[in-house]
Design a protein around this ligand. Structure first.
Ligand code: NAD
Ligand code: DAU
Length: 355
């Protein structure tokens, strides 16, 4: 049985990962350390909170004493590190939290693992420290080509610079101390429980309410979309079969211009719930707005390495994944309302006390 410390398990990908792992993959014990920032919502895991193989700890990955205590108490042998400030727009208006959590927090976790996994003068090689990172560290592509693991780093936002920095620290701990690390660099995820500040849930939420659908710049920036459960499967695959010290790119092989994504959402909603009361399609809500500063033009992942060496490839197509995702948001309107109006805090305070 693995004793897994998941950081950021109350966020979008983390909560999907915790649920998916407990449900399908093993008898692992999971300790979820999450600070519960605006993006962390304990209600995301309400259905599994009583599972005896699950424990939630509210806390900051930058808190060295707390992290050290968790390693000792739970005899942690595996870390899956999701916790981060993750939204590019927020990193432009307030970069300090990104430097603190993404860089210092990762450093703190690495130090705790290095201390805890030292046995007889050497680091225990059966342990694993998997750092969940992003394709944004590679910068922006022109019209052709795709990011490979060997592509030089060229981060261009405070978010991607902080993630690049954390990747370098993880890599340094492998080379310098022999810490058994793995890094995954993944493209844009979508699916259930994504906070409605990111493109897909924001557009779904606004379209349902008849609000403006803001498209940055000319709407032709390209992202490579991956269904979140496929990402969770990729992480589990890398944990099980990945070679220590290596990096694996993870992508959906599903490049779309932002405007295509917005059209897809409008069309699915028009089909599922009918046109708006004014008799128009939700496409009529699309509004081109000022571009994001330093907006990366195109991301695309070359996932040859993880496919050929570890046997992972995405299972869910974009069309399938988008239908599932829109349906989930339609069936979970109270969830969207709670994360946008703050009432989920009542749930949290009832469960875990005031913060
Ligand atoms: P998210 O913003 O939805 O969740 C982040 C979680 O981390 C939240 O639960 C938050 O409370 C927690 N957190 C933040 N600061 C913390 C701290 N100091 N201590 C403890 N917990 C803290 O993020 P996400 O979209 O689920 O992304 C998870 C990870 O995956 C991030 O590292 C991100 O860089 C990476 N990633 C995301 C995507 C994507 O498309 N969303 C793609 C590739 C990689
Ligand atoms: O590539 C992986 C990254 O994907 C992750 O590392 C990040 O954590 C995650 O937030 C995501 O970053 P993006 O900036 O690509 O995602 P976002 O959903 O914010 O934006 C997707 C695209 O849509 C981007 O080109 C900006 C555009 N956009 C976004 C918003 C919120 C709009 O046009 N309008 C919007 O309102």
């Amino acid at each position: 049985m693995k004793k897994v410390l998941v950081t950021g398990g109350c966020g979008f990908i983390g909560s999907n990962f915790v649920r998916h792992t407990l449900q399908y993959h093993s008898d692992d014990r999971i300790i979820n350390l999450d600070k519960l920032t605006y993006a962390g919502n304990p209600a995301n895991l309400k259905d599994i909170e009583k599972n005896p193989r699950y424990r939630f700890v509210k806390g900051d990955i930058c808190d060295a004493a707390l992290v050290r205590r968790i390693f000792a108490e739970e005899q942690i042998d595996t870390v899956v590190h999701f916790a981060a400030e993750s939204h590019v727009d927020r990193s432009i208006t307030g970069p300090a939290d990104f430097v603190q959590t993404n860089i210092m927090g990762t450093f703190n976790l690495l130090e705790a693992a290095r201390e805890a996994w030292l046995k007889d003068g050497a680091l225990h090689q059966d342990c694993r420290f998997l750092h969940v990172s992003t394709d944004e560290v590679y910068g922006s592509l022109g019209e052709t080509g795709a990011f490979q693991e060997t592509t030089p780093y060229d981060p261009r936002s405070p978010y991607s610079a902080s993630k690049a920095s954390s990747d370098h620290l993880v890599s340094a701990y492998f080379h310098t101390y022999g810490l058994p690390t793995l890094i995954t660099n993944c493209s844009n995820n979508y699916g259930s429980y994504q906070f409605p500040e990111k493109l897909i849930p924001l557009i779904i939420n606004n379209a349902l309410q008849g609000k403006v659908l803001p498209v940055y710049g000319d709407g032709k920036n390209v992202r490579d979309w991956l269904y979140v459960i496929d990402h969770c499967e990729a992480i589990l695959t890398v944990l099980e079969r990945g070679k220590i010290g290596e990096t694996y790119n993870v992508g959906g092989n599903s490049e779309k211009q932002n405007i295509e994504v917005v059209h897809t959402i409008c069309d699915i909603l028009d089909e599922k719930v009918g046109w708006m009361p004014d008799g128009k399609s939700r496409r009529s809500l699309i509004t081109y707005v000022k571009d994001r500063a330093g907006h990366d033009r195109r991301y695309a992942i070359d996932a040859t390495k993880i496919r050929t060496e570890l046997g992972w490839s995405p299972k869910v197509t974009f069309d399938e994944g988008m239908k599932k995702t829109v349906s989930w948001y339609l069936e979970n309107k109270p969830w969207i309302a709670s994360v946008t109006d703050g009432s989920y805090r009542e749930y949290y305070e009832k469960m875990y006390g005031k913060r």
